[in-house]
Design a protein around this ligand. Structure first.
Ligand SMILES: [Zn+2]
Length: 476
């Protein structure tokens, strides 16, 4: 049987402002002493009045532009009423009826994932459950530093076709938000949080499952894992004709499974109504223009430009441009090395691998564009083989020593001398008469064996293409 998967995401993103959404408290909640950044407004004292943070509005507009959306000329704030200890006012200021952005989208491998709306709201306080789990905690403490930090909520249409595409969407979104300095995009620190909803349809019978929402997923890996788990679970439920409820589930990373939290509350439960203390938000065209001018070149545009200017494959360009610092460093290197393809090969291969192994950021790197230039010169002048270049690169990378110095110190210069190589080749042939005979009887792939012997003897220092030619000549 075939099942169609339907996934939608709701993503909360903290905006990188200095102060909170409606007061002057610092928005730096992570490094700070608990309950330090609190005032009458963000703690919901009677009589306090919210004042909208204009920089938060600009960042929301920027997100709308970066995600190909329409910035609405008029939007409005509403109150979402519910009681929970992390919500000091008893309501959250959000946008329900008129969001600031509509009709945005992100393209993934040719699929257009529509974003129905992006609206502004404030974050809640942070609950600290004593002993990891909410269900087993003896007590819970509340840190109000996070209460009132500006968020945008990005709500997609159910256009996502698979758990892996959901992960790709999240990663691409994070890249864009980071590029434009809209959000740190840090999932581990809660700056980017995701609720995912999923349902499946049996394509043969047309029967569909109820929609299940998975709350508070806090890593890219878990987005994919939780949805995979839930898809399999829904298929089983549907197969067995079990009674299904529309519900909200949580993801447990230790058991790698989802668990039921509650049956879904209706939106009417929240009693939304317009926020009376904040006027309509009117966005003029010239404000949008100003924000547009602040927007840097985004990953997709950058990738296109890399393909055109540096003549590299789309895949390389996508990987390199997904991280801004990495892309900037790539361009710095190309400027000096003057060979986009050469640099992208090293970036996509050894450099990225070593960065991952060492958990390095671009700013941590010891090697400079000059090192790659030096390496290319060594290769171009046949002083070293590609193999030697790969062998010494980890040292170049970690210690920032010039490749030519390592080559000199370790005596790794390529053996390029025809006479010397020919002498070695003749010895190899003499020592392997049987293989020579087999070769002459048509086993051509033994050429690789002969070349390999010379490479082995010289510890990879012989010029392989020359050795190849010499053998071809000798074995005629
Ligand atoms: Zn405050």
């Amino acid at each position: 049987m075939m099942y169609k998967t339907i996934i939608g995401l709701e993503i909360h993103t903290q905006l990188l402002t200095k102060t909170k959404a409606f007061c002057k408290c610092s928005a730096d909640h992570f490094e700070n002493e608990i309950n330090k950044n609190v005032c009458p407004i963000c703690s919901g004292q009677p009589g306090s009045l919210p004042v909208l943070n204009e920089e938060a509005v600009d960042l929301a507009i920027m997100a709308g532009l970066a995600l190909n959306g329409k910035i609405n000329e008029i939007s409005k704030f509403d109150r979402k009423n519910y009681f929970y200890p992390d919500l000091p006012k008893g309501y959250q200021i959000t946008q329900y009826f008129y969001p600031i952005v509509s009709d945005a989208y992100i393209k993934i491998d040719g699929d257009k994932i529509r974003i129905n709306r992006i609206h502004m709201e404030e974050d809640t306080a942070k609950m600290l459950h004593q002993g990891d789990q909410i269900s087993t905690a003896k007590e819970s403490l509340i840190d109000y530093n996070r209460a009132g930090i500006p968020l945008i909520e990005i709500v997609t249409e159910p256009d996502i076709k698979s758990p892996s595409q959901a992960r790709e969407f999240m990663e691409k979104l994070r890249d864009i938000l980071r590029y434009a300095n809209i959000s740190s995009g840090d999932m581990e620190k809660g700056a980017l949080r995701c609720d995912a909803n999923i349902s499946i349809i049996d394509e043969e019978t047309g029967k569909s499952s109820k929609r299940v929402e998975i709350k508070n997923i806090n890593s890219f890996k878990f987005v994919e894992k939780a949805l995979e788990y839930e898809r399999e679970r829904l298929i089983e439920v549907l197969k067995n004709n079990e009674n299904m409820v529309q519900e909200t589930r949580g993801w447990d990373a230790t058991t790698k499974s989802t668990f039921s939290m509650r049956t879904k509350e209706e939106e009417a439960d929240y009693r939304y109504f317009p926020e009376p203390d904040i006027p309509y938000l009117v966005i003029e065209k010239d404000r949008i223009e100003k924000v547009k001018n602040r927007l840097p070149e985004l990953p997709e545009q950058k990738s296109k430009r890399f393909v055109e200017n540096y003549d590299i494959p789309e895949y390389d360009a996508d990987v390199i441009s997904s991280n801004k610092e990495f892309a900037d460093f790539y361009e710095e290197c190309v400027e000096i090395v003057k060979d986009g393809k050469f640099v992208s090969n090293w970036f996509i291969g050894d450099i990225l691998r070593l960065m991952k192994e060492n958990e390095d950021e671009v700013n941590d790197l010891n090697f400079k564009p000059e090192h790659l230039k030096d390496l290319k010169d060594l290769l171009d002048s046949n002083k070293i083989s590609t193999k030697i270049a790969k062998d010494i690169f980890p040292q170049v990378y970690s210690e920032g020593i010039m490749p030519s110095i390592i080559v000199k110190e370790k005596g790794l210069e390529q053996i390029d001398d025809d006479e010397e190589l020919k002498k070695m080749a003749l010895e190899i042939l003499k020592a392997n008469p049987k293989n020579v005979e087999k070769y002459k009887n048509g086993k051509n792939n033994l050429l690789g064996f002969f070349v390999g012997q010379v490479m082995k003897q010289t510890k990879g220092k012989a010029n392989p293409s020359k050795v190849n030619e010499i053998f071809l000549d000798l074995l005629k």
